[in-house]
Design a protein around this ligand. Structure first.
Ligand SMILES: Cc1cc2nc3c(=O)[nH]c(=O)nc-3n(C[C@H](O)[C@H](O)[C@H](O)COP(=O)(O)OP(=O)(O)OC[C@H]3O[C@@H](n4cnc5c(N)ncnc54)[C@H](O)[C@@H]3O)c2cc1C
Length: 420
């Protein structure tokens, strides 16, 4: 049973919940993370069953030159790998001749120039409007969107996409991004396996109903994914329709990773990239020898990933095997074995991988983050206007929500303690 009375409850122990709780802990505020899973980290999850640290969720310290998790990694003495990301290297010529790659690069650059050259006052239209009709590379340009946003360009708000700030510096934590984040939460008070079902904010104090009992608190920071707020998997009493509406504008796109062990891996250069197909959006992205390891990390996104999820874990392996056999011949099948996969779309505590804004809904991020009554605070990667969909963007929203709680508790007449 978790404690039944605390000052602040943080709902969700992912990157954001950990960041928020850490800040509250530093401010000596009595706080408890209440997490539905049996572990901290959420969509940051490193597994080591195969003998290697595999990040089934986030793996890249994006915008690493200003990413707060880099400092945490340094504090933990974790090794950081700064070698160039596969997408910043030349793609393998196998199945994708150099001349075609050049042609594709030009089409992609032209697409991004059209998409990103717009102003804040322009209409919020689907990013897909900026694809050149009939261009032979539209399929592959769409595939990139399924890796970046977890959705094809027609589903993605051009305005929201344009607001993302990327410094272009991408590093990795050798022990795993998930391991880094869960270790950061190790000394924080947390109740695991403890899904929050209802937050009743009618009375003088909040009544947080969980799978393991009721907790009374002054304030709560809600960090669960936008999909779960949209689907009302967590019930607010009275209801908060403005939150449900904001969350519905911010679905989670789908991206799934499959890890394969690879025999005689030395044949491939470290961090090589290769596509299963170059003429369509429904294609896997193969990353050979990540961190020099004898394996392949395969990325699937968007509608294609959703179709594969319906077929179970095995559908991902069959798809990857068939692509690799198509590229390298039938003997290749004997060199690979599946060693890790997670289907984030059917995971009940995420229902997707990372957020994008639907066209017309770019302004939902600050709406989702807005506090209610000085007692209910909201954070999570989907609340970040410029670094959404990432663990570092999430960090800032968690710390910001914690700062708001600290300020509310210092206020001379805290609204949090008002009589009703
Ligand atoms: C395949 C994949 C690849 C990715 N790659 C990258 C990358 O390279 N770099 C990057 O920066 N980001 C990446 N991301 C995104 C990154 O993982 C997320 O943006 C980040 O981890 C989100 O953190 P969060 O705390 O907002 O949400 P979450 O991690 O989802 O945390 C929310 C927590 O709330 C819990 N919860 C849900 N419902 C309840 C409830 N009712 N009661 C209590 N707890 C509940 C969940 O279990 C979860 O632990 C990737 C994600 C995926 C899936």
């Amino acid at each position: 049973m978790p404690r039944s009375d605390v000052d602040v409850v943080v709902v969700g122990g992912g990157a954001v919940g950990v960041a928020a709780a850490r800040r509250l802990h530093e401010a000596a505020i009595d706080c408890l993370i209440v997490e539905a899973r049996p572990r901290l980290g959420g969509r940051a999850w490193t597994v080591t069953d195969s003998g290697f640290a595999l990040d089934l969720g986030c793996g890249w310290l994006h915008s690493a030159d200003r990413n707060p998790w880099v400092k945490i990694a340094q504090e933990q003495g974790a090794e950081i790998d700064k070698s160039r990301a596969p997408w910043a290297r030349r793609t393998s010529g196998i199945g994708f001749p150099r001349a075609e790659q050049q042609d594709f690069q030009e089409a992609m650059d032209a697409f991004f120039a059209r998409l990103e050259g717009r102003g804040e006052s322009d209409d919020d239209v689907p990013a897909g409007n900026f694809l050149e009709p009939g261009n032979r590379w539209n399929g592959l340009i769409n595939a990139l969107s399924t890796y970046i946003s977890g959705a094809e360009w027609d589903r993605v708000s051009a305005k929201d996409f344009d607001r993302y700030h990327d410094t272009g510096v991408n590093w990795r934590v050798v022990k795993g991004y998930g391991a880094l984040i869960s270790a950061c939460g190790e000394n924080l008070a947390a109740a695991l396996d403890c899904a929050v079902q209802t937050i009743n904010h009618r009375g003088k104090r909040l009544r947080i109903e969980t799978a393991q009992g009721v907790i009374a608190a002054d304030q709560v920071i809600v960090t669960i994914p936008s999909t779960l707020i949209a689907a009302e998997r967590l019930v607010f009493t009275p209801a908060l329709p403005e939150k449900t509406e904001a969350a519905r504008g911010l679905p989670l796109g789908l991206a799934d990773k499959l890890f394969l062990s690879l025999e005689r891996a030395e044949e491939f250069e470290q961090d090589t990239r290769l596509f299963g197909h170059t003429d369509r959006a429904a294609t896997a992205n193969f990353h050979f020898r990540p961190l020099g390891r004898p394996m392949i990390e395969v990325y699937f996104g968007g509608r294609f990933a959703a179709e594969l999820e319906a077929g179970g874990d095995g559908a991902f392996f069959e798809c990857a095997k068939s692509d690799l056999v198509g590229l390298f011949g039938s003997a290749f099948a004997a060199r690979i074995k599946p060693i890790g996969i997670h289907r984030w779309g059917v995971d009940p505590f995420s229902l997707g991988s990372y957020s994008y804004a639907s066209p017309g809904f770019a302004d939902c991020r600050p709406k989702l983050a807005e506090p209610v009554d000085g007692r209910l605070f909201f954070a999570g990667e989907a609340c970040s206007v410029h670094d959404f969909s990432t663990a570092h963007g999430g960090w800032h929203t968690g710390v910001s929500a914690a700062e708001q709680v600290i300020a509310a508790r210092k206020a001379p007449h805290p609204t949090s303690l008002r009589e009703r």
